[in-house]
Design a protein around this ligand. Structure first.
Ligand code: GLU
Length: 384
């Protein structure tokens, strides 16, 4: 199938743009931003909905404060973001204003979306903004996000937002052409990869860690984000953000950038949220029979399949299921606390009541609350 055929049903696009695209020596690159905004406005004319995840706050704030080199401390980065975020929005607002388009700002932290109610509220807000024809510009709430509430980088943030807005396509605009089989900055032999149908260990190894001085991600984080996004059935393109008209080219079906195709089977929105948004509170080691039941037979996890419990978690917590080889194969919300599972592991469901004195559930994790992340082929995807 041609590139065009693979994206022909796309109507809603999540565009993520990195600091390395948006900024130069002189802080925000106004020409590039104008070029990007023109490209997005042209897509809107063609009937596409666009949601934008934009970096650039820290880089812009750093430049405004006249700071050279890397910002070293977290408070410095947070303060730079406080200065830069307002500027970033003003630049976008002016550029979109020329097309008669209003912009809305949404700043998120991880804790905003790990809570299911808040997740759904944010979703309603984002859908309302889309209904209003506003271009929503999303960034991490850098000034308040520290350590565990941090998305870590905007590649990851965009992967989470893609699920929230039910994007049909994610385009990650970067300072490279796309993915190569090795780092093109280090090797002249590096070969461009236009299409990825499965994220194999070789593909992951091809992507290196280094981020630019102003961005956080590096190619590795883009490929890890692609892995999450395609797990929910959304195709993902890493493309050159400074290339004029790049978004229109992509929607014209040109072979621009690297396209990652989703597998035939993918997670629904709620299971994606469980797999990739929630932080795991512990691990359940499971035997081969339980692995078969979860991965291939679409069944729930029963106490009989659990061989070991790690961590201290309570009913309803997200917990990772790990196979005998140590691979994380699923994540789900448990029906019993860690201590109770320790007491009932290896037993039949019919024995739960006599051991615990109560039995609210037959399953340790019900199928509806279980996101299987191991593909049927046996290769293992990671979950967050
Ligand atoms: N949120 C950061 C900013 O706006 C960028 C994070 C990233 O580069 O991934 O500056």
């Amino acid at each position: 199938m041609t590139r065009k055929g693979k994206i022909e049903n796309v109507r809603r696009i999540l565009v993520k743009v990195g600091s390395a695209v948006l900024t130069g020596e002189e802080g925000l690159d106004l020409n590039i931003i104008e070029q990007l905004v023109n490209d997005i406005a042209a897509l809107r004319e063609r009937g596409y909905q666009v949601v934008l995840v934009s970096s650039g706050a820290i880089a812009s704030g750093k430049h405004r404060m006249g700071i050279k080199g890397r910002l070293k401390s977290i408070p410095q980065k947070q303060a730079a973001a406080a200065v830069g975020q307002g500027r970033l929005m003003r630049v976008y607002s002016n550029a979109f204003g020329k097309h008669g388009i209003y912009v809305g700002q949404v700043l998120l932290t991880m804790s905003d979306i790990t809570d299911r109610k808040r997740f759904l509220n944010i979703r309603n807000t984002l859908f309302t903004l889309m209904d209003w024809g506003v271009i929503t510009i999303i960034n991490e709430n850098d000034t308040v996000a520290v350590d565990e509430i941090k998305f870590g980088d905007n590649d990851h943030l965009a992967a989470m937002v893609a699920n929230i807005v039910e994007a049909h396509l994610v385009v990650n605009l970067t300072s490279t052409e796309g993915l190569y089989d090795r780092n093109p900055a280090e090797s002249k032999k590096a070969k461009f990869i236009p299409l990825v149908t499965e994220i194999t260990p070789e593909i992951e190894a091809a992507a290196t860690e280094e981020a630019t001085p102003v961005g956080m991600g590096g190619m590795k984080s883009k490929v890890l984000a692609a892995k999450k996004v395609i797990a929910s059935g959304i195709p993902y393109i890493i493309a050159p953000g400074r290339h004029p008209g790049v978004l229109q080219e992509i929607m014209d079906g040109k072979e621009t950038g690297t396209l990652f195709l989703p597998p035939a089977e993918h997670l629904n929105s709620r299971k994606y949220w469980i797999a990739f948004t929630l932080r795991s509170r512990g691990r359940l080691l499971i035997d081969d029979g339980a692995k078969q039941a979860l991965v291939h037979d679409g069944k729930s996890l029963l106490p009989s399949g659990v061989t070991q419990v790690e961590g201290d978690f309570v009913l309803g917590d997200p917990v990772t299921c790990v196979d005998a080889a140590g691979n994380a194969i699923a994540k789900g919300l448990v029906n019993f606390c860690a201590d109770d599972i320790r007491k009932i592991m290896g037993l039949k469901s019919s024995q739960i009541e006599s051991v615990l004195g109560f039995k609210d559930y037959d399953e340790v994790i019900h199928r509806d609350n279980l996101a299987v992340t191991a593909p049927q082929s046996g290769k293992t995807k990671t979950c967050a």
